[in-house]
Every structure is written in structure tokens, then in C-alpha cells.
Design a protein around this ligand. Structure first.
Ligand code: MG
Length: 452
């Protein structure tokens, strides 16, 4: 069976592989899968958004389901809307942090979670077999418009924060919306938290004129400068669909996503017992902090939807990825950029400390990433042989092969989308991390040759 969905929905280049025909048939497959009821649909600010939304919606309507159009929204806002109402499910037109020519289609279940893999497979089966339900003309679905969800989502987040403590501080915040969907909700949330805000790239523009929508140190130079120049307390940056948030400290320094994840985990646990879920690729910084704060770490496969589902199953108190994607179960089971920003500002208020100070106390690790080419059909054999070739005391096979050493580890993980195997090496020292990655890349190359 062919695969359509990647780690985060179906993605491709607009009007090339991600075209109206695909969107229409995918809409038909999605409608056939859900069978009845009403689906909510939203989009980010990409130029191809309307085109794909209309095609997907037409496909859904043809199966007899109704569609509720929520307009441009951050992904977590649509997920919140689906969770909070009687929608049978949801569809988001977004390619998150990808370059502007990309777009994607993501499907949400009735609880607001990204669809489980087994359900994506059912949609893929309808799509590839072209087994679509086609409604009788009397029961073709209709569209309605519901633009109340930006406001409801803002209120939902405000209710989950200690507004009184935050308002007292009157924080100065610089917010970078990356010309994405976050412009609609995040400025509003920060203002209601009593923050004095300066915004960057807060005009919706799917060509991303401000900077590429991935919140990397390179792309956040303007934000860093603005924080420093305006003597702000914190800089907040979203990716294109605002499900992730990366921070800049009061000195204009980029805060690594693993560290902000560890910091939030520390405050949520606060000495209480509880499980924190993160993918095997996350820094040991998170595990160290969780253990020290009285909690327990649970590693999942890579991919935010899997982290969210594992959190739900294991009743975790918190979870997330090292790329700024955090999940707060008392709010909802998906990454939420605005909630992440609000929580971090609440931490600043409650601790009475600066962000740089809080971050400076976290353990320091260095990650080095590499990749080795390997044909898809040899990945499994290569990994099995790799495990035999490397004598490691502790091995974790949750996702790929993670081999632990003394205060260091290497993760060898086949890519799901490209003919490569990725190597992540982490150590206390930058040079050691690189050495470890290179050493394992050499072994892996030999292994790939042997299984070819
Ligand atoms: Mg995103």
C-alpha cells in the first residue's frame, strides 16, 4: 500500500504534487472515512490555502458531510474548536514551518488530536482504491461559516493561566508571528495578560516576506535585536501555524527548544510525581530535569501526534518536542504555541527570575546531527547489523536504535520520507558529540555496504 500521510499530515509543493486533484480526492476519502456529521476546516496564511481548502471541502461535501469553515486559524485553535464542539473531526490546510511554496492537509479526530496512524491508513485505502462514498443529490453537504473560534480559543488559554500574577508584572514582550496564523490570536492573548507588546511580522502573508517560517536562530535575528533594543523581558516566536514557540531571552539570546521544554517541565512537575512524554530524539537535559523535579520520563517515537497520543494513554502531566512544540493536557492534546508562550510568561512571573537566569541553571548538552544514504528496503537490515556491530550496554528501540554511553547517546533512525538514515549524537562536550556522530556514521556506512 502506498503512503500519503507523513509525520504531520500530507505535504507537498502547491500546484505540483499538492494540487487540487489530490485535495479533492483526499476530501472525498476523508468524508468517506468519517461517514457522517460535520467537519471543521481551517487554514494558515499560505497563498495556496484557499485553493486547497475549497478542493478538500468540495470532496467532503460530495460524500454527504457538512463543512464548517473557521477561516484562518493557528492549528491548535482548530483543534480546540473540534475538541470543544460536536464536530465529527477537522481538517487543517497547513505546511507548518515549511517554505512558502509548500502546503499540506492534516486530519483531526473528534477529540482534537491528530488522527492515529491506523485511521490515516483507512483514509489512504479509500484514496488509493478510489472507494469514495458519493452522496445522493438530496443529501449533498452544505457549508456554514463560524468565525468565533479565534476569540473562544483566546479565552480558553487565558482561563488556564494565572492571569493575576502575570498582569502584576507588566512584562515587555516582543512577538514574532512569522507572517503566519498566530497573528490572529497571540497578540490578543499577550495584551490580556497585561503585557506591553511589540509585534514583528504580524501581517498575514503567505509569501513569508519577514523570514522563513521555521523558528531557527538564523531566522530570529530581527527578534533577538528587537528584544535587546527595547529592553524587553522575553521574545516569543511562532512557526507558520503557531503550534510551536521558540523563545529569546532578555539579552537577545536564542533559547534552545530542548531547554525551554525542560524548564516548563520543571515548573509543571514542581516536586510532584507525574509522567512527561518526549520523543527519543530529545536532549537528556529534559530527562535530567524531569527526574530531579520528581517526575518520570517516558520516551515515545518521533512525531508530535505520537507524543500527544502517548500522553493521553499514559495520563502524562506534560509533554513535547525539542523544537518548541509543547503539549498541555489540561488544555488539549496537541502542540499549542500560544499556550506555550503564556505558560513561559507565567513561569517568569511566578519565579521572579529572568529567562536567562532560569535557563542558565539547566544541564548543558550538545547535539550533532548527520545522515547516511541507505535505500529504503535495506534500512531494517542495516539497523539490525548496526546493533550487533556496536557493543552498547543500554539500547532503546522505541524508534530506530538509541545507544547509551556514559552521559552521552547516539540515535540511529531511518527517515520515513527519504532514502537516508539519520544520526543524532549527544554529549556533554561539543567536540565529543561530533566525534560520536562521525564514528557512528562510519560504522553505519560499512553496515549499509554489507547489506547491499
Ligand atoms: Mg507547526
Amino acid at each position: 500500500m502506498n503512503r500519503l500521510f507523513g509525520t504531520n499530515g500530507v505535504r507537498g509543493i502547491a500546484n505540483s504534487d499538492m494540487n487540487v486533484n489530490l485535495a479533492l480526492d483526499l476530501g472525498r476519502a476523508i468524508g468517506t472515512f468519517f461517514g457522517e456529521g460535520e467537519l471543521a476546516i481551517a487554514l494558515d496564511t499560505r497563498t495556496s490555502g484557499d485553493m486547497l481548502k475549497n478542493a478538500v471541502a468540495a470532496g467532503v461535501l460530495s460524500t454527504g458531510l457538512s463543512v464548517s469553515e473557521l477561516g484562518i486559524l493557528p492549528s491548535p485553535s482548530l483543534q480546540y474548536a473540534v475538541k470543544k464542539s460536536a464536530y465529527k473531526g477537522g481538517i487543517i490546510i497547513t505546511a507548518s514551518h515549511n517554505p512558502p511554496e509548500f502546503n499540506g492537509i492534516k486530519v483531526i479526530d473528534s477529540m482534537g488530536l491528530e488522527l492515529a496512524r491506523k485511521d490515516e491508513e483507512k483514509i489512504e485505502a479509500h484514496y488509493f482504491k478510489r472507494s469514495f462514498h458519493t452522496s445522493d443529490w438530496r443529501t449533498i453537504g452544505g457549508t456554514r461559516f463560524d468565525h468565533r473560534w479565534a476569540e473562544k480559543y483566546v479565552q480558553g488559554i487565558i482561563r488556564k493561566l494565572d492571569v493575576k500574577s502575570i498582569r502584576k508584572e507588566g512584562f515587555k514582550v516582543v512577538l514574532d508571528c512569522a507572517n503566519g496564523a498566530g497573528y490572529l490570536t497571540s497578540p490578543d492573548i499577550l495584551v490580556r495578560l497585561g503585557c506591553e507588546i511589540t509585534t514583528l511580522n504580524d501581517q498575514p502573508d503567505g509569501r513569508f516576506p519577514g523570514h522563513p517560517s521555521e523558528p531557527t536562530p538564523e531566522n530570529l535575528k530581527d527578534l533577538a535585536r528587537a528584544v535587546k533594543d527595547s529592553n524587553a523581558d522575553i521574545g516569543v516566536a511562532h512557526d507558520g501555524d503557531a503550534d510551536r514557540t521558540i523563545f529569546v531571552d532578555e539579552n537577545g539570546r536564542f533559547v534552545d527548544g530542548d531547554k525551554s521544554l525542560a524548564l516548563v517541565a520543571m515548573f509543571i512537575l514542581g516536586g510532584k510525581k507525574g509522567t512527561v512524554v518526549t520523543p527519543v530524539s530529545s536532549s537528556s537535559c529534559v530527562e535530567d530535569v524531569v527526574r530531579k523535579s520528581g517526575g518520570q520520563i517516558l520516551y515515545s517515537k518521533v512525531g508530535a501526534p505520537i507524543v500527544a497520543r502517548t500522553m493521553l494513554e499514559k495520563k502524562a502531566v506534560f509533554g513535547g518536542e525539542g523544537n518548541g512544540g509543547m503539549i498541555f493536557p489540561e488544555h488539549q492534546y496537541c502542540r499549542d504555541g500560544a499556550m506555550t508562550a503564556g505558560k513561559m510568561i507565567e513561569i517568569l512571573a511566578k519565579s521572579g527570575e529572568s529567562l536567562s537566569h532560569l535557563i542558565s541553571r539547566l544541564p548543558e548538552y550538545h547535539l550533532h546531527k548527520m545522515s547516511v544514504s541507505c535505500p529504503d528496503d535495506r534500512k531494517e537490515k542495516a539497523l539490525a547489523l548496526m546493533e550487533k556491530s556496536v557493543a552498547s550496554k543500554k539500547v532503546d528501540k522505541t524508534d530506530g536504535l538509541k545507544m547509551y554511553g556514559e552521559s552521552e547517546w547516539v540515535l540511529v533512525r531511518p527517515s520515513g520520507t527519504e532514502p537516508i538514515v539519520r544520526i543524532y549524537a549527544e554529549a556533554k562536550d561539543k567536540r565529543r558529540a561530533q566525534e560520536l556522530a562521525e564514528e557512528n556514521a562510519r560504522i553505519l556506512k560499512d553496515v549499509v555496504k554489507k547489506v547491499s
